[in-house]
Write a new protein. Structure first.
Length: 385
């Protein structure tokens, strides 16, 4: 008896937990019951259960590899040691044992297609090319511009790209990559972002003098979180009853806490990480998106979903999502004075609630729908070329 599934798809992941890229993967594959999925996870010090019980047609196996790349930004001594160990492990073990084991695993699975869920992972492309299996890269990051990463062997990556197809998550990503690489075929397909209409607070925002803002994301330099802190402090100094709550963890946490304490900033609060951020958004008027170069911006879309007025940097895909004065406000990326100006403009404007409604309707229309049919259609159309 033949398989009841149309295709068998192997997915190579960059990490073993529900990062932004992996959340986006789960958002669409859980809606596809027509195809069978095998998710290949890299090595992790702790067993991940984030992919348990996604769906009956989704299987998870450990690939025992590390997703290594050249780090362009300064790291702490301990981080450098860990990265060096991983890099050495892959250089020594990949060709000798890891690659052979993966080739055997993929041959046993016998997939129709291999999909790499991030451009930072090249192993899926290598295995696919070796076994003459169609390969698709789901390109979700700039790498160097957002994460400070670069492939160690660019010549190899250019060769693998020429033998692969690409799905880009934004026009900004498409424009960037098509200037650097030549793919067999490519298409922009926006991520599907989970939306729960039952938790939307439809009450008007900015309905009293106290204005509450939220920042959501990793506490990293490239996310612009320090810009948000400095801007929030200045808005408060200008006489506005303005507060900023920051949700997330990251390497800048201690630096931020020290800056807030040293400068006696009373209107900015570090709230840590929470999985229930969508519900929490009900309590906020606006969201600050200060990332230097966002590939798409899950938090931007979620802010629009749950009626936070988005004020975002005019860089990367943020400028693609936020239409100034229509679905939010844009400020000059890295310019704290311009961020302050836009925050104060939003507080004073009579149009802010209209913009919130525009953004809510636009985001739900463009990002809450099932994208699995679009992705599968693109794969089916191009896996034979």
């Amino acid at each position: 008896m033949g398989s009841r599934f149309l295709m068998k798809i192997c997915v190579f992941n960059g990490d073993a937990f529900l990062s932004g890229a992996n959340m986006s993967l789960v958002d669409w594959i859980k809606n596809d019951t027509s195809n069978e999925y095998w998710i290949i996870l890299p090595k992790s010090g702790v067993k991940s259960h984030d992919f348990d019980n996604i769906a009956k047609n989704v299987h998870v196996v450990n690939g025992n590899y590390f997703a290594t790349a050249k780090h362009l930004r300064k790291k702490s001594g301990l981080e450098n040691v860990k990265l060096t160990i991983k890099s050495c492990y892959m250089k020594v073990c990949y060709k000798q044992s890891i690659r052979k084991r993966l080739l055997s695993l993929i041959q046993d699975i016998s997939p129709d297609v291999i999909l790499s869920n991030t451009f930072s992972v090249w192993i899926g492309a290598d295995i696919a090319t070796s076994l003459d299996i169609p390969h698709f890269w789901h390109v979700r990051e700039f790498m160097d511009l957002d994460h400070g990463l670069e492939h160690e062997n660019l010549e190899m990556i250019r060769d693998l790209a020429s033998k692969s197809n690409a799905i880009f998550i934004s026009k900004a990503i498409e424009s960037y990559y098509l200037k650097k690489y030549k793919f067999k075929s490519s298409k922009v397909i926006y991520n599907q972002i989970s939306y729960n209409k039952n938790i939307v607070n439809e009450n008007p925002r900015f309905n009293d003098k106290k204005v509450r803002a939220i920042f959501v994301g990793q506490l990293l330099e490239n996310k612009g979180v320090m810009d948000a802190v400095k801007a929030a402090s200045k808005v408060y100094e200008d006489g506005y009853e303005f507060s900023l709550d920051i949700y997330g963890k990251g390497s800048l946490e201690n630096t931020l806490r020290k800056y807030i304490n040293d400068n006696s900033i009373s209107n900015v609060h570090l709230k840590g990480f929470t999985k229930d951020i969508s519900t929490i958004r009900r309590n906020y008027d606006m969201e600050l998106v200060c990332s230097k170069m966002e590939a798409l911006g899950r938090v931007t879309i979620e802010g629009m979903y749950y009626r936070n007025l988005v004020i975002g940097a005019d860089s990367g895909a943020t400028a693609e999502l936020v239409k100034d004065g229509i679905t939010g406000y844009l400020y000059k990326s890295g310019n704290i004075d311009d961020l302050v100006k836009n925050i104060e403009k939003a507080i004073a404007s009579d149009d802010s609630n209209k913009i919130i409604i525009n953004a809510h309707e636009w985001s739900v229309k463009n990002f809450s729908n099932n994208i699995a049919p679009k992705i599968i259609s693109f794969i089916e159309e191009n896996r034979g070329i």
